[in-house]
Write a protein that binds this ligand. Sequence first.
Ligand code: ADP
Length: 722
Amino acid sequence: MLVRHGTRRSHAVTYHLLRPRHNSTNATRAQNVRPLESILIANRGEIAIRVNKTAAQHGIRTTTLYTDPDAAAQHAHSSPRSFNLGPTAAYLDQAKILRLAKDHACQAIHPGYGFLSENAEFARKCAEAGITFIGPPPNAIEDMGDKARSKEIMTAAGVLCVPGYHGSDQSPDKLADEAEKIGYPVLIKAVRGGGGKGMRIVQNANEFQDMLDSARSEARNSFGNDEVLVEKYITTPRHIEVQVFADKYGNSLALGERDCSIQRRHQKILEESPAPELDDSIRKDLWAKARAAAEAVNYEGAGTVEFIFDNDTGKFYFMEMNTRLQVEHPVTEMVTGLDLVHWQIMVAEGRRLPLTQDQVEEQIKSRGHAIEARIYAENPDKGFIPDSGKLSHVRLPATSEDIRIDTGFVEGDTVSSHYDPMIAKLIVRGESREDAVRKLAVALEEYEVAGPVTNIDFLKRCCVSKDFAEGRVETGYIPKHHDELFAKRVPTPEVLIEAAVASLIRASRDVTGEQALTSTRTNGFSWLAPQGSLQQRTFHFRADDDEPQPGTSPTIYEVQVQQLSVGRYYALCQGSAYEIASTYDADLKTYTTYFPHTRHTSRIIMTDSSEPGVPGTAQIHLFTPQGSFRLQSATPAWIAKALGTSEKANSLLSPMPCKILRVDVKPGDKVKKDQTLLVIESMKMETVIRSPGEGLVVKRIVHGQGEVVGSGVELVEFEEVE
Ligand code: ADP
């Protein structure tokens, strides 16, 4: 019997809904149930915390693991016991993980996603060691883990696959021939691929060889296997996937679909359920095909069957099956009211699926719409390259039944460059899609992160983008809406003046200590009164994303401020003069400035120089009524550099901490604009560094192949441009 806890509204159904009945009946005994009392979580970050939460709710003892760089990570502190695996890559150390599970009497291992979650060999070793692997049987992982094999199985089961070549002849000529037959554009995919890695779009035959090489090299680095398949590239597709579940008794269910079309680098950033603007008959057909996929491989547990939906023809094709819980599973939890981790545990214990397909459909009908936004430390303006560093400030939107945040980080934690840069997942539910999108936009407005660059502002722009708001999504959404999504926002005079006042206060605090701030207090606020700063000061700022490039200069904003009396200032910015009053709330870190025309309250977070070798540069992160801004405050030396008058203007700097995989040029080479200079790798992702200008002559390769460098390090020096 289903028991609903909570309020009268159906979406208030909580995780208690499917609490196991511990007093085992004859029926459950007949299922050969083996209750799990102790689980080892072989993963990190938010998924480890999330699995831990469900296990704890059901009285299951958990053990977590961490590595040297993760010793202080939140997940390592989320369980009563936690063990150090050692080096960075040790989340993949099968022998060590199994030994720890045995030594500490863990009956089961939950692999989360990524790492060992789709490793058939590991699942097999668990079985041999008498440990339950919370996932599908090894054979199902093997069959579906190979993109080529899974397509054969699906074709045999009568499910349409994208036209392509999935054969074993991997010679470049054969592959190029097949690409020609399929017809360009084609997509090269690593057969063992995942997370968008090892995948390249090829527009014409000329590009084929280069793209094949780069897909193979990425695949080798990420998956230790460089086999590829070639398939038709569908030009206006949507990514629609179905969450499936199966038990050990041949029962399978489709728990609704998710649309994950908003992607960058073939990786999802917004996921939602139900898929917008989808005909109901197609939806039901997708569910049926997904169940057929699960049944074709005798699936058990949670899986996702991914389809590519061709917007031009209305046809959909099987793409692949992921044999694990997915990052975006909370979207399904929000629209079904189910706890999928609990279901995984139940299936692993040998229980039957507790609902029928009709019951699932009933449940979904009443629960509206859910969307997940993935919050990453990455820079959308620089091709979404990952960022890392200390989270100097984090402020979360208030959570509720309809607003959920899954994260493995709190303020003060460091996003490590060793692992995936996802900071959090923000999941919202609304009565309708419109309602959910609106709630997501508001929650993102309230989400503040200072430190590494994040995609939060980018996600906000996606939410208000007209086509997205109206449900017209496709995987090419981001490039197609480029101008709208990447529009530069210029800081307003109010923002610049607040940055200047905060800088003035900070400068005087550095000299005179904290007390200088608090000369008079009223109602908990401080009137800002830096001592000894009655003289006029001039500040220079530039937007953080407006970086000095060889040959161009960023916009420098100049602001003059002068303190008139306690808390009162005179400010000159962009030709206009303002008399303002400013207060500071130390608890909230907010500055409130009264301009003649408006009151402006902003949270201002200042961090020290992030530019190596440039002393005195402060980064100022302002969360204002006009949105969030990242400014760099400039010293005279910095301005010289920005204007290209210093020697460094002829250098190409590393955009992130990385390893240099390949250098394609040598001193004396004259390069074309966009010519490949070198290939770097960061967080297992390859990035090609191209020439920023035409006719530049390489003077020196500062760091060579195999070297590991930090962010902002000189990589290539060019001859002076005449
Ligand atoms: P991965 O396992 O690396 O995530 P997928 O096969 O799931 O790779 O594909 C990831 C994304 O790449 C899809 O969501 C879709 O956007 C795009 N994609 C995959 N196959 C095709 C195709 N044949 N045509 C167009 N886009 C595709």
